[in-house]
Structure formats: C-alpha cells, structure tokens
Design a protein around this ligand. Structure first.
Ligand SMILES: [Cu+2]
Length: 180
C-alpha cells in the first residue's frame, strides 16, 4: 500500500500547497492579451534557458528549487523547481539522502476535489519549454524527512532522468514560493 493512502486528505493537500493553487487560478488572466504576454514570456524564458545551457555546456538546468518547510512534527513535505533540458527528456525518479522516499506527483481536479497521484511514467521535460513543478501542480512528494533535514536550510535532491542524466539540486526550505 502506498503511504499516501494512509494519510488524511487534508494533510496531503496542505503539504502540496493546494490552497495556493486555488488562489492562483482565480488571479490568472484569461484574456487574449494576457495569453499573448504569457506566450512571449515563455519564448524569452526558453531562449534564456538555452543560452544558460550552452554557456555551461549543460544538458539540464534547474531553476528556483525550494522545499516547503514542514509543520513541526511532520516528516512529509513537497519540493518544487523548474527544469529545462537541452533535449527532450523525462524526469523518472528523485531521491534525497535526507528523506526515506520521494514520489513524483501530479495534481488535478477529480469530482470537484483537488487530488494528487503518482506520475507513474515520470514527468516530461519538453523540447520547447520547462517542466514546472509548483504548488497545485506537479511536485516532488517527500516522505520520511530526517529530523535534522532543515538544519542547514536546504534539502539535497538527486533528480534522475530517462536519458540517464542525474541532476543534483539543493532546495532551500521556505514557507512560501521564492519571490512571493
Ligand atoms: Cu503530492
């Protein structure tokens, strides 16, 4: 049985930041101008990411990693980041020396309720944009966080890709997404 099945739904939603997602949706622009602006920003971001990848001769680029500081006494949390890849790839696994297990999760509405489930086939990093892991969306679900995991303020993550690439990331603990 999966650990997620043993835990109360409210705890899972809190850990995954689902309440934030509801706010994001109501605040998001839906007009065509907003969409055009978003598309333009996406193209600029992709161009910047390609330059960074080329400059560092890198296959993968991790931007803005962070892990939600778990409430006192809780050993489960979620971690987020944005991943660009020089060639299309797929995030297939994540581990941390500071946690028992990490699952790749996606979030979606089912029967009017926000639910998350494991992404059985991993998460695609497309050719023309990033894989975005964010509250209310796809995320890294962290189980069995070590008691002293937050002591240095960072969660060490190893991200494994279908291509065989392994990306090492240190995600600072925070209670809010960086920049908010
Ligand atoms: Cu989750």
């Amino acid at each position: 049985m999966r650990l997620t099945a043993l835990l109360p739904a409210f705890a899972l939603l809190a850990a995954c930041g689902a309440p934030d997602a509801a706010e994001d949706e109501t605040a998001a622009g839906t007009g065509s101008a907003a969409e055009a602006g978003a598309a333009e920003a996406r193209i600029l971001e992709m161009a910047a990411a390609r330059m960074m990848l080329a400059e560092h001769d890198a296959s993968h680029l991790a931007i803005g990693p962070w892990a939600r500081t778990p409430p006192a006494g809780r050993d489960m949390t979620a971690a987020y980041l944005v991943i660009y890849a020089a060639a299309p790839d797929r995030l297939v696994a994540a581990t941390s020396p500071e946690a028992d297990a990490i699952e790749l999760h996606v979030t979606g509405m089912e029967d009017g309720v926000m639910r998350m489930r494991p992404a059985e086939d991993g998460l695609a990093v497309p050719a023309d944009g990033p894989l975005t892991l964010e509250p209310g969306g796809a995320h890294l679900m962290v189980f069995g966080l070590a008691d002293d995991a937050a002591e240095d303020g960072r969660l060490a993550l190893e991200l494994e890709f279908e291509s065989g690439a392994v990306l090492e990331v240190a995600a600072p603990f925070a209670t809010e997404p960086p920049g908010e």
